[in-house]
Structure formats: structure tokens, C-alpha cells
Design a protein around this ligand. Structure first.
Ligand code: NAD
Length: 270
């Protein structure tokens, strides 16, 4: 079903690695809604992923950029304006990676070089992306910027490790930059706090399969899928949400406001 919600809108999409990626589904949905965009990912992900296939399918160009490199980001922003023929209406930041998680280091045994690298990729990169857009005056008025986050920023989930701290920082950057982007350029900035979703990044978290079924049983509407997240993101990029900014928006089937569900209680009475 398509509503042409993004007809004529132009954007940049970070983070489509493969068909499971939330950014991949979002790119397909934006395309169906009439939006055009540049796809970007880290140069190393170009070799691992299948981004060419997505570019072909959506008639998009790819501009590689490491989201921790200011130089790459400045180049991405100027090339995107060239390719798209003007300023940008929407940006999706769908980037996350913890070196501690990858190397099996527990939260109480962090290697701080790993911590710093993961923070740079997962959290500070959001500031870098926005600063690059801001300085180049690359966003159209009433444009919209979204980053993806997880509820471990508010509540503790032991195996989410240092990504919890990265997400707390990311959400704070959305509020702080959202102030300046709103005041100066009438651009909105929000984070979507998404249900656990089976993707490459998601499955890196220990015990993910059990956790995803727990979250599903705890959520009155069930877990939000990657496609659900894509649909929600489209609404935030559309003109129907022009005064929503500096928010962390839970998109989790009700998980974040549920103390306990009957299904979970029943498990304990078995
Ligand atoms: N999967 C989940 O359970 C879940 C839940 C809530 C939020 N999120 C968030 O959604 C976002 C997208 O993740 P996903 O689950 O679709 O997984 P994914 O693995 O498909 O996407 C993560 C992306 O980050 C990119 N990336 C890593 N380092 C980069 C760098 N230096 N520069 C540019 N890009 C880089 C990867 O190449 C990849 O495309 C992440 O922010 C993640 O934390 C995921």
C-alpha cells in the first residue's frame, strides 16, 4: 500500500547492509512512497553487503562513507546534493556497532579502546552527520532527521553491554542538535526506539533469540518488525509530523509501558 507520502522528497539513508537491515526495508518503503535518496555505508560494508542490489531496485546511487570520518561525511553531503539536484529533506541514521560485544567483553570488563570506537561509530557519528549537514546548510526547511535507538538507554538489559551507554548518548544528541536545527533551520530531529529485530547488528547481542521472544510476549501488540519500523519512519519523514521534534519515540508494540504480561506470568506458574 502506498500513499505517495514522500513524493518529491530527497534524502540520505545510512546503514543498509542486507535485506534484514532496518535501513534496507526503510529504503524500499521510501521508494514506494515516492522518495528518492542516496544510499551510504562504511566502505568495508560495501564488500560484505548487497547494497548494489538495493541501489538497482530503488534507482539510487551509492556514496561510501565511514560515519566516523568528517571528511567522508562532508563529501557524502556535497555529492548527495549534486546527485539529488538540491537540498535534502530526510536523513536516516541506522548505524550501530560495539567492539566489546563483538569481542565478547562483558560490561564489567570493557576494553576502553573498544568502548571509544563503538561510541564513535554508534553515537558520536550522529552528531558528526548532523554537523556536516548543518554547516553545509544542506537541509531543506521542514526536513526530518531520524536515528534508531533501543530502550536499553533507559532501562538495563545486561547483555546490551556498552551499546546501552551509546544509545543514551545518541538520544541526548537528538535533543541537543534538534534544538539548534529547529531554531535555525526548521528541521526536526528524533530517535525511534525500536523493538528487538533480527538483523546482523541485533543478532550480535548474546541470547538474542530468547530475548526477542520474551519481548514479543511482553508487548501487547507484539514486537514491531523491521517493516513496521520502516513504515513509522516514513511518517516522520512526511509532512504529517512537522512539529514532532527532539523526541525519543517508542516503537515497540507497547513493551516499554508494560510491567508484565499474562503470558509471562503464566510461564512462572507452569
Ligand atoms: N536490530 C535490533 O534489535 C535493533 C533494535 C533497536 C535499534 N536498532 C538500531 O537500528 C540501527 C540499524 O541496525 P540494524 O538492526 O538494522 O542492523 P544492521 O547490522 O543491518 O545495520 C547496522 C549498520 O551499521 C553500519 N555501520 C557500522 N559501522 C559503520 C561506520 N563506521 N560507518 C557507517 N556505517 C556503519 C553497518 O555497515 C550496517 O549497515 C542501529 O542503530 C541499531 O542499533 C536495532
Amino acid at each position: 500500500m502506498s500513499f505517495n507520502l514522500l513524493k518529491g522528497k530527497k534524502g540520505i539513508i545510512f546503514g543498509a547492509l542486507d535485506a534484514n537491515s532496518i535501513a534496507w526495508k526503510t529504503a524500499e518503503t521510501i521508494h514506494a512512497e515516492g522518495g528518492t535518496f542516496v544510499l551510504t555505508n562504511a566502505p568495508i560494508a560495501m564488500r560484505m553487503g548487497q547494497i548494489d542490489e538495493l541501489a538497482k531496485k530503488t534507482g539510487s546511487e551509492i556514496v561510501p562513507a565511514d560515519a566516523t570520518s568528517e571528511e567522508d561525511l562532508d563529501n557524502l553531503v556535497s555529492k548527495s546534493m549534486e546527485i539529488l539536484g538540491g537540498k535534502i529533506d530526510f536523513v536516516l541514521h541506522a548505524i550501530g556497532m560495539s567492539v566489546n560485544v563483538r569481542k565478547g567483553r562483558a560490561y564489567v570488563d570493557e576494553k576502553y579502546d573498544f568502548t571509544t570506537k563503538g561510541w564513535d561509530v554508534s553515537a558520536l557519528s550522529f552528531h558528526k552527520v548532523m554537523q556536516s549537514l548543518y554547516k553545509a546548510d544542506a537541509m531543506n526547511e521542514w526536513g526530518s532527521i531520524v536515528a534508531l535507538t533501543y530502550m536499553a538507554a533507559q532501562r538495563t538489559f545486561p547483555d546490551y553491554n556498552d551499546m546501552a551507554d551509546n544509545k543514551a548518548y545518541l538520544e541526548s544528541v537528538a535533543r541537543s542538535f534538534g534544538y539548534f536545527f529547529g531554531k535555525e533551520k526548521k528541521v526536526r530531529v528524533n530517535t525511534i526506539s525500536q523493538s528487538p529485530t533480527p538483523t546482523t547488528a541485533g543478532q550480535g547481542v548474546k541470547g538474542f533469540d530468547n530475548f526477542i521472544s520474551y519481548a514479543d510476549k511482553m508487548s501487547p501488540l507484539g514486537n514491531a518488525t523491521a517493516q513496521d519500523c520502516a513504515d513509522y519512519t516514513v511518517t516522520l519523514f512526511s509532512d504529517l509530523t512537522r512539529k514532532v521534534t527532539m523526541q525519543n519515540l517508542f516503537h515497540d508494540g507497547g513493551f516499554s509501558n508494560t510491567g508484565v504480561s499474562q503470558e509471562v506470568i503464566d510461564r512462572f506458574s507452569e
